[in-house]
Design a protein around this ligand. Structure first.
Ligand code: ZN
Length: 173
């Protein structure tokens, strides 16, 4: 379009057009081409503005993506650290348990493991304030009296849940 306008202008400037009618047509075409050019230039400007805006949005989104990536990295590191701490604690508790288990008579240990398998992983429970901490039931007076009469090394079991009851200073017997 620009080339056509330039060609028309050139013809006009060179005085190649002699007839007034042709001259008028040519000038009219040049004017029309100029109007069309302005419209296209406005459209081009608008498109360029939209491209710039899209680029700014892309930059904002890229920054957000990077920030989320960094946050995800931090969360993963915190999770890994928590896992490592849990693993270390588990290992330490296993060792502690093994040391305690080694000092318990084999027969009592196997009784404990049997009850533990049957009773939600709790084979022995403290008798605390006259209550079995395994099933959370209060022991009645007769049962407490019976326990009071037993020697300290006798293995006591709760009549209700059959778990081994561990007597302590806070047992209430
Ligand atoms: Zn119980």
């Amino acid at each position: 379009m620009r080339a056509r306008k330039a060609r028309d202008q050139q013809r006009l400037d060179a005085g190649q057009v002699s007839s007034p009618k042709e001259l008028e047509n040519l000038q009219s075409e040049i004017a029309s081409l100029e109007r069309r050019q302005r419209v296209l230039e406005d459209a081009e400007l608008e498109i360029m503005e939209r491209i710039e805006q899209a680029q700014r949005e892309a930059e904002t989104l890229a920054a957000e993506r990077d920030a989320i990536g960094r946050k995800a990295q931090e969360v993963q590191e915190a999770r890994d650290a928590a896992w490592a701490a849990i693993d270390a604690e588990t290992e330490s508790l296993r060792a502690e348990r093994a040391a305690i288990a080694a000092e318990i008579p084999a027969e009592l240990m196997s009784l404990y493991e049997k009850i533990r398998a049957e009773r939600d992983g709790i084979g022995a429970a403290a008798l605390s304030q006259r209550r079995c901490e395994g099933c959370r039931l209060q022991l009645d007076a007769a049962e407490l009296n019976h326990i009071r009469g037993l020697a300290p090394d006798v293995v006591v079991r709760h009549e209700e849940c059959r778990r081994i009851l561990v007597r302590t200073a806070e047992s209430g017997v």
